[in-house]
Design a protein around this ligand. Structure first.
Ligand SMILES: [Zn+2]
Length: 99
């Protein structure tokens, strides 16, 4: 059988195989192919989340999320400080006018 054709078939079968929806015979074919084929094995690992870069990628995402949160907090604090400065400036103006 042509290798590319086999890979295409395995790609189609992988989701079913991962969910345990394939017959014993099909599962055997998929397993045999995964043993021999690097490309399909990588695809399988990506689908099952058993891949090295995945946790690192999640960490990166989490860090990005945390950064976003921090910058939002910073903007709130900055807004609050500006508001206080405005109030102080108004008070000073008021005090000067009274004198
Ligand atoms: Zn393959």
């Amino acid at each position: 059988m042509n290798k590319q054709y086999t890979c295409d078939v395995i790609f189609d079968l992988l989701p079913l195989y991962i969910d345990g929806m394939t017959s014993g015979e099909t599962a055997k074919v998929v397993e045999e192919h995964l043993k021999e084929c690097e490309v399909c094995r990588q695809m399988y690992e990506e689908m099952t989340g058993e891949i090295d870069f995945s946790p690192a990628e999640q960490k990166k995402k989490r860090r990005r999320h945390r950064y976003k949160k921090k910058s939002t907090a910073r903007m709130l604090i900055l807004g609050y400080i500006l508001f206080l400065l405005l109030i102080m400036a108004l008070c000073m103006l008021d005090a000067m006018c009274i004198m």
